[in-house]
Design a protein around this ligand. Sequence first.
Ligand code: PHE
Length: 359
Amino acid sequence: MSDSVNTPNGDGAELSVEDRIAAVRDAALAALSAAETPDSLQEWRNRYIGRSGEVTLLLRGVGSLPAEQRAEFGQAANRLKNEVEAAFDQREAEVKAASGPVGAIDVSLPGRKPTEGRLHPITQTVREITVAFGAMGFQTFEGPEVELERYNFDAMNIPFDHPAREMFDTFWLDRVDEEGDRNILLRTHTSPMQARIMESHEPPIRVVVPGRCYRYEATDASHEWHFNQVEVMAVDEGITFADLKGTLYEFARRVFGPERKVRFRCDFFPFVEPGVDLAVDCFNCEGDPACRICRGSGWLEILGAGMVHPEVLRRAGYDPERYTGFAAGMGVERVAMLKHGIDDIRHFYINDLRFLSQF
Ligand code: PHE
């Protein structure tokens, strides 16, 4: 039939254009007055005047009519479009009005609680550590994370060919010195600050230095390629190993609680002599072999320490015959993991609020 329009979603029934327009109009207006919510209005809009809505397709179909009919039916379809659009605007206003005045406040609703910010657990732990040492007269310093090889290794009595350099998997920066050697790196520990502070200060020195360190490591439950340390150093005339023990014991008591026992064992670091590591007895168990914090050993290692090596004092311009000192370096993540019973270091750095909001 010459006056029929087949729309893409038509059912194939051969209605005249007038009939088809009238049918769409009746259906559209009936559906519109039945729409009572913003959702159903949106559905209506998609169904009739959306991109493949019935009215839209009707209009589009006009183009395929014989030329002499196009003007007439085009106009009729356009009138339909304008009519249903106007009806839609009106219905939308009615639905809005029925759902209450715009901007009205329902005073019976519970208030919205603003989310509270908090300090990252590592920041909290750093502060706890520096506060514990602060109470014993230690000042807090910070230093560069991008460090010279000279401070990170040489000043710490780790010469170029010393096997201890193997202990640090290092991130070197691309800058080279006159000899063509790379000499700048992301610091592998906070110990270089021992030398920087001694060079710029007169004894007596009592400092703690928190800060980020970097090592080229594969990440696993107990290793991160970046982590935080707190360096501790006291240098003065007459400082002895007893001062080291007393200070670190008091630190462990303050941070881990008054019942803690402390164990010192020999350890090696090129920048101390003698060197030790320190463990506290496990606060989670009584030597339970299944303890997931100490793995049944009953002890938790928390730091390396020792008497500042005479060579380190000498390089910093101090007379080792006159001055002695002790130094310690602890991993902050390890302290936090032990304190809170956290079993994977990676939790700290994946920014999962379910974890972070527990602190
Ligand atoms: N710098 C050492 C490390 O990163 C820790 C340490 C510091 C040991 C000071 C002794 C004295 O492992």
